[in-house]
Design a protein around this ligand. Structure first.
Ligand SMILES: [Zn+2]
Length: 734
């Protein structure tokens, strides 16, 4: 069923080199044709698209959207426009240790934590136009029933190993310490804050036994060992099957996905406990399992099935019939769960289809640094929507154009501004706007007639481009190359601009008095441009649905025009039909807006709390308390006292000062957002506290080598932190 494209290298064993060189292009074309042929030949009867269940213990950031929600939404919108039977499934993942720890620290119940973040995430998805057919939650009854029944079936079939083992136990809080309940030093990189399931510094997957100096994340107590019973799923029994299924039958999967699966399978699989000691989660449906729940990675993927059940009575068609195409969109951190563990569970259960593809994206970094929710280094979606109202499509555009499809990519506010101003505004928006303005000016606000006998080479070339772009975008979308597809659409609008520039109807109109025949040429140009606008609406719709909607309004046509079958056609708008005045599709984004965002990010001002929750607080607002940290977290900071040697304003930045600071053994340049509170003159000679081990960052072209500490008063006034009496520059602060 799937083309084994990677075996092409094997030709070199049988053919002399010169034949290979001669044959390679032909083989490449041939293989591509096979892929295309198979894709359309095997046309599934229905599609089931899932997006990774986001974890309900914090708001969404743009890395989430870029990672799996935007690509899955583009794919689904495209398939809907193709009128294919498709369901788009997602839910909040509401179980697992981080939620219980957060609840404990905030002094609320786990249910309160998940209620708050489920609502916030759901709203953010809707505002970003992520068009799930259902956005459910794993705390729902139907999910508890579905995942229990799944577990029970594997249990009744005798597929689990029941094992009693010694596990770490916190006597103070009377809790078994699995996963993130336990912290210790990483045996690989010596990170003192590694968790019982993973070290976030080096990425190693760990078990609690591997941690050096383990301690409880709940009470900091040194744990003892205690016996407990759990149910293990013997992954090794599925290893031969997985090797065949993934490594042989799914060679078409993305390289990053295939590669990660291969390395897991090469290392060899082991039994994995599918239950935990906890009271938060899906109860283990066995009589002797009091105080035990399903492992969150056992129940979460089953959430896709539960949500489909909630959505439709026909759910079994989507999950149990072989002619369904199941596609899991995920981020790279979930590859092992979706390509190895969940398929093995589905295989063991026996009633369900297996994923056809798992197009995982890599990570999106922010301004050159990894996203970190604990450091608040993230662009929060609900904040973006508030700061840039009506610009949801701009974020969709930038995140798709810059998507981490094959490697980690970087989001910068400068790039956001550039892409908006020089691509959306100057190319796409400009073409549509010019076309409508000219049509109102030169053709009486109506779609002019096409005089086919007068078509010249420029006209014919553009018409051919419109027809061929459909196939290019389509093949990109079918094979999960969303960036490529988007660039094809923008490129077509660029060709429209170039065409208008060549035809210059605004110059031709000056000849009308002497030669009325010229109007025919003007009509042809505007007719073709208008048909191109209609085509652009169809093609851009999966990517920027809000923009497509605005274009429909301007053209006074109904949603049906956006059906994919209309792409490539030159008769979407009827001759003589009158169209509305143009409205701007995109606005320019100014320097100040971008500077404000960079500063907000840098100064950590992005509030992590749901704005609605804040409104309910007392009028005297206190910033949200951050999560508790251990001493080792604090000890990572290097703080020193320094003396300001020189200070000046940063050009074109109202809020920034550039400071030269003496730190005893060295001098540093630091850019700080305090210009509204201190003049350069005031600063010289002052002592300040500097964070000296912060990664350097460029601001307005100046590399800032650290950060100075300030306190913000309730009225927003900044005050410098400084030693009570002068100390020698470079003195340690602790
Ligand atoms: Zn480590």
């Amino acid at each position: 069923m799937h083309c084994k494209i990677r075996t092409a290298g094997g030709f070199s064993n049988h053919f002399p080199d010169h034949i290979i060189i001669w044959a390679m292009p032909a083989i490449g074309v041939f293989l591509q044709l096979i892929i295309l042929f198979e894709a359309f030949m095997t046309d599934p009867s229905r599609y089931l698209v899932t997006a990774a269940l986001p974890y309900a213990n914090g708001p969404l950031h743009i890395g989430h959207i870029a990672g799996c929600y935007l690509p899955s939404d583009i794919y689904t919108r495209y398939q809907r426009a193709q009128k294919r039977d498709i369901k788009f499934i997602c839910a909040s993942d509401e179980h697992g240790v981080p939620i219980t720890i957060r609840a404990l620290k905030e002094g609320v119940s786990p249910q309160q934590v998940v209620d708050k973040y489920h609502a916030l995430m759901k709203e953010s998805f809707e505002q970003m136009g992520i068009s799930f057919d259902i956005y459910s939650r794993t705390s729902n009854k139907v999910h508890h029933e579905t995942s229990s029944a799944f577990f029970k079936k594997l249990y009744d079939d005798g597929l689990f190993e029941e094992k009693e083992t010694e596990q770490y136990y916190d006597e103070k809080t009377k809790t078994f310490l699995a996963d993130r309940y336990i912290i210790g030093t990483c045996p690989v990189c010596a990170n003192p804050g590694a968790y019982g399931d993973q070290c976030e510094r080096c990425g190693s997957s760990l078990s609690p036994e591997q941690l050096i100096n383990p301690r409880s994340a709940l009470s900091d107590a040194v744990p003892v060992k205690r016996k407990t019973k759990h149910w293990y799923f013997p992954l090794q029994d599925y290893e031969p099957w997985l090797k065949q299924w993934v490594l042989e039958e799914h060679k078409e999967w993305k390289n990053n996905v295939y590669g990660q699966c291969k390395s897991w399978l090469d290392m060899g699989l082991q039994s994995r406990a599918m239950t935990r000691d906890s009271n938060w989660g899906v109860k283990v449906p066995l009589p002797d399992a009091e105080g035990k729940v399903l492992y969150v990675w056992f129940d979460a993927p089953i959430g896709y099935i539960s949500a489909t059940k909630e959505l439709t009575d026909q759910w079994a068609d989507y999950w149990c019939k072989d002619d369904t195409k199941l596609v899991h969109f995920i981020g790279k951190d979930n590859i092992v769960f979706h390509c190895i563990i969940f398929p093995a569970m589905l295989k063991a259960h026996g009633n369900f289809v297996l994923p056809d593809n798992v197009p995982a994206n890599e990570f999106l970094n922010i301004e050159g640094d990894k996203v970190s929710t604990s450091r608040n280094w993230a662009v929060w979606v609900h904040e973006y929507i508030k700061d840039f109202p009506g610009c949801e499509d701009v974020l969709r555009y930038v995140l798709c154009a810059n998507a981490p499809e094959t490697k980690d990519n970087d989001f910068t506010w400068k790039d956001f501004q550039d892409r908006n101003n020089s691509e959306l505004v100057s190319i796409f928006g400009n073409f549509v706007n010019r076309t409508f303005v000219l049509m109102h000016k030169l053709c009486g606000g109506k779609v002019p007639k096409l005089h086919e006998e007068l078509l010249d080479d420029n006209d014919k070339t553009l018409i051919a481009d419109i027809e061929s772009t459909k196939a290019d975008v389509q093949s990109a979308l079918e094979f999960f190359r969303f960036r490529d597809g988007l660039f094809q659409v923008i490129d077509l609008s660029r060709k429209g601009n170039q065409y208008l520039q060549k035809k210059e109807p605004w110059i031709l109109t000056k000849q009308l008095a002497e030669n009325p025949e010229v109007q025919k040429s003007i009509d042809n140009t505007l007719h073709i441009c208008l048909q191109l606008c209609a085509n652009l609406a169809v093609l851009i719709n999966p990517f920027l649905p809000g923009t497509a909607k605005k274009m429909l309004h301007m053209m006074k046509v109904v949603d049906k025009m956006l059906d994919w079958e209309n792409a490539g056609k030159m008769k979407l708008l009827s001759v003589g039909y009158s169209l509305r005045e143009p409205q701007l599709l995109f606005r320019k984004i100014e320097e100040e807006e971008i500077n404000a965002q960079v500063e907000k990010l840098r100064s950590g001002l992005v509030k992590k709390e749901d704005p609605k929750m804040e409104e309910q607080k007392a009028p005297e607002q206190t910033p949200a308390a951050k999560a508790q940290i251990v001493y080792d977290d604090f000890a990572k900071l290097e703080l020193k006292a320094g003396t300001v040697l020189a200070c000046e304003k940063v050009e074109k930045a109202d809020k920034l000062l550039k400071l030269e600071i003496d730190l005893g053994t060295e001098k540093r340049t630091i850019v700080s957002g305090i210009a509204l509170h201190y003049t350069p003159e005031e600063m010289v000679g002052k002592q300040v506290i500097v964070v000296t081990n912060l990664a350097p960052r460029k601001m307005k072209g100046i590399e800032s080598q650290g950060m100075i500490l300030t306190a913000e008063d309730s009225d927003g006034k900044l005050q410098l932190l400084k030693p009570e009496n002068p100390v020698s520059p470079g003195s340690n602060v602790s």
